[in-house]
Ligand binder design. Sequence first.
Ligand SMILES: Cc1ncc(COP(=O)(O)O)c(C=O)c1O
Length: 379
Amino acid sequence: MSPSADEAARRAGAILTIDLGAIAANWRGLRDAGRAGGRPVDCAAVLKADAYGTGAAVVGPRLAADGCRQFFVAHIDEAIALRAVVPEHPIYVLNGLLSGSEPDFVEFALTPVLNDLGQVNAWRAAAQRYNRPLDAVIHVDTGMHRLGLGPEEAQALAGDRGRLRGLRLALLMSHLVVSEEPDNPINGEQLMRFRNFVRAMPGAPTSLANSSGIFLGPDYHFDLLRPGAALYGINPLPGKPNPMLTTVTLHARILQVRRIDALQTVGYGAAWRSARPSRVATIALGYADGYFRTLINRTHVHLGGRKVPVIGRISMDLVTIDVTDVPEAESQPGALVEVLGPHLSADDLAEHARTNAYEVMTALGRRYARVYVGQERAP
Ligand SMILES: Cc1ncc(COP(=O)(O)O)c(C=O)c1O
């Protein structure tokens, strides 16, 4: 920990520890899964939403140092920020080319993911204006019905490659709808549609698999894997043991402990009532930090090797826990409780909050002191 991070963590109400070594190891593991099929499959990193809450400005350069050579974000401003710390490698902007943003893409050497023929035309026109070839990704919609060229547009493009004059096709891509459900026939249908498109547009590198898609097997790997979630430790195989390493641990500090009698309520709305004389500790995080209100009376934290129930409503900045069964010496103001980490994963907390781990990670609070560990690269 650097002296300043150390200082911030010492006075912080809650501390988010991000293990860069674990994120890098997860990336290497996914890259190796791609290579295991015997083809030279490359592995990108999806760093949108601030690298799923872990800090793109730190994670990006770390993964680049470990050999990651292609990066995806959602917004152009995420890409511009990432360009400052990842100067050399392609950065693809998934949300596409918004009208008027061409000069920014060119200035920061960013690559738009072109999601319709209008964007293809605009980017081709930009290549003509700048009088030089510009890199482009073509996103074809194989079933998500969200972004990407629909079937007619895809056919029109394949039938007239002149539409891409002046553009260098960096990638053809599509996105899977239910990759976390290996038995769902939609996966195979999307695979077939993507293969047809790739056949009609020969010569460009191709990409289909997100994190869970990688685990659907080599048929889904194409030339480039595109994981986000699994890099950060989210389980790509729901319902099965998580093959990824935990990357974040969240500790919150006990601010105050009070004794209450039986039949007393705790917190807003009197949503929890003590069945016995109890000790209640108040810890320093809340819904303003991404600790969801739906966690009311539904989850726990860990303290001194014990599960400690979260009780009552989640406040903006405070959460109450029942430390009646924890020795007093271990549950004093200043003590740190584990909110998220090896004992309770983002997937677990998501289940308690009735959401998914993506939302838990991307909601991770901006008020936490952030401490990065595992900075040293494996030899
Ligand atoms: C187009 C695209 N590719 C890849 C990813 C990464 O997906 P995951 O986080 O499931 O690995 C996303 C994330 O939603 C995406 O939108």
